[in-house]
Design a protein around this ligand. Sequence first.
Ligand code: 13P
Length: 249
Amino acid sequence: MARTKLVAGNWKMHGDIAANQTLLNALKAGAAGSRAAMAVCVPFPYLAQARSALAGTPIAWGAQDVSRHAQGAYTGEVSATMLKDFECRYAIVGHSERRAYHGETDELVAAKADAAIKSGLIPIICVGETLAEREGNITAAVVTRQLDAVVSCIGAAGLAKSVVAYEPVWAIGTGKTASPEQAQEVHALIRARVAAVDAHVAAGLQILYGGSMKPSNARELMAQPDIDGGLIGGAALVAADFLAIGAAA
Ligand code: 13P
């Protein structure tokens, strides 16, 4: 099955109204040159700005997290229906920074993916091992555990409405990219694990790579058979770099 590529930016906690506008305008102006579908996942307060800048363009927008709860007394949380109100297409769930700094468990990440899907958002579900886990030769076990928690919560039907991102923690923001072979190996493992549940869903599943992807390594990474795009941190804040990654897809 031919899968379209997706290049999604994760702005993390960066930006302000003026800088965002400059970035969004440049992305808008250059979007036509992208071979991949493009999206930006911005901080919650800037969703309205992203929507007004990007509506009617080929670039989608989304959030970096979502609550597992539909509504209620959950101070500080943002629900999937609120994100839909801002016409988000995507919500990242289970980013390693949320797992590490906010104690998000596999089970919580799965519940967030479920909440996103139930409101018509596409969760970008992040998995990936730390450096210690890679060095301990438990990469496959860790990624499988993270993925299985999601599969047992949302099933193949949910995965058909999701995107998965493989982000080795040791490659995030470090300038150390996984080699195309290292990344491909894990992407293939993810696809095989999903195929064991539903081959058709596995064949159509977009699996993004994230971790120091930049214009100089994007082409080689995305040329791998199971790498269907990128989840971009630092390089998504520089319009020319982000657009170049889209063009390399
Ligand atoms: P960098 O591209 O800055 O390494 O970040 C990757 C990432 O965490 C995207 O979610």
